[in-house]
Design a protein around this ligand. Structure first.
Ligand SMILES: O=C(CO)[C@H](O)[C@H](O)COP(=O)(O)O
Length: 220
């Protein structure tokens, strides 16, 4: 079974959790794109969406799905997003698409975070995927030096600017044994907007598309 098939299975399985007459938080990436396409079928029965990126906003609007302002709605019942890596504790690395900051905001503002992914994303230890860190441009060199002190090898994501006008440093070579601690340490570096560890606010449910069907994991 291909990764794309696994992504589609997970994305479509998430539709089971979408309730009528609610506002849905929508993440970013190729798996979420499949969720958006499925969501289009019930666009008349939801109150709208909160988008985590300009790319998702464009796809939602192309389908005629309303995109609302987070400041105009209260707590969201549901947020659906992908991940680059997940542990069995549902702590994640996200931000491969560079949308980590808005994704973290929408996840924080949601009661339930369902992560959709193919089974290749499940790992024992986070860090095989380079950890994205969104940084204010003038702080690039300083933040990079601080990330080296934490044991990583930061690389500038070349030619990329986030939706917030910032840069991304992808941090290679980390073996993340204490995700909550590292998430806090990196976020405490002046100039860091946020990093792609979702450990303080992990997912609540992981839907993994696999050859055996959709596996449902909750934090152990
Ligand atoms: O965090 C993300 C974007 O910032 C994505 O959720 C993550 O990169 C997974 O993407 P895909 O579904 O394409 O594998």
């Amino acid at each position: 079974m291909s990764a794309d098939q696994g992504k589609r299975m997970a994305a479509e399985a998430a539709m089971e959790y979408v309730e009528e007459n609610t506002v849905i938080g929508v993440g970013t990436g190729s798996t979420v794109n499949l969720f958006i396409d499925a969501l289009a079928d019930m666009k008349a029965r939801i109150d709208g969406t909160i988008s985590s990126s300009e790319a998702s906003t464009a796809r939602l609007r192309k389908h005629g799905i309303p995109v609302l302002d987070l400041n105009e709605v209260g707590t969201l019942p549901l947020y659906v997003d992908g991940a680059d890596e997940s542990t069995r504790f549902l702590q994640l690395i996200k931000g491969g698409g560079g949308a980590l900051t808005r994704e973290k905001i929408v996840a924080a503002a949601s009661e339930r975070f369902i992560c959709v992914a193919d089974e290749s994303k499940l790992v024992d230890v986070l860090g095989g995927f380079p950890l994205p860190v969104e940084v204010i441009p003038m702080a690039r060199s300083y933040v990079a030096r601080e990330l080296v002190k934490l044991g990583g090898r930061p690389e500038l994501r070349s030619g990329f600017t986030t939706d917030n006008g910032n840069i991304i440093l992808d941090v290679h070579g980390l073996k993340i044994m204490e995700p909550i601690k590292l998430e806090q340490q990196i976020n405490n570096i002046p100039g860091v907007v946020t990093n792609g560890l979702f450990a303080l606010r992990p997912a609540d449910l992981l839907l993994l598309g696999s050859a055996d069907g959709v596996r449902k994991l909750t934090a152990e």
